[in-house]
Write a protein that binds this ligand. Structure first.
Ligand SMILES: [Zn+2]
Length: 66
């Protein structure tokens, strides 16, 4: 199994990070990860979703405001 890490910004503004697994000989599978905050689905190119987390990015917002 290969570990797939995918991150995106949800339409609710959250930065989401999903960790999944995919088989090397069958890399075309897709799974749906849901945003933990608003349940917006997102397609991920992996067989199994292992975890979906919201990443904190307060430090990024601080650096942009300076
Ligand atoms: Zn969301």
């Amino acid at each position: 199994m290969m570990t797939i890490v995918c991150s995106w910004r949800c339409k609710c503004g959250a930065r989401i990070k999903a960790v999944g697994e995919s088989r090397k000989h069958d890399p075309m599978g897709t799974s749906v990860a849901e945003c933990p905050q608003c349940r917006e689905p997102q397609m991920i190119n992996c067989k199994v979703i292992k975890s979906v987390t919201v990443e904190k990015e307060e430090s990024v917002a601080d650096s942009l405001s300076k």
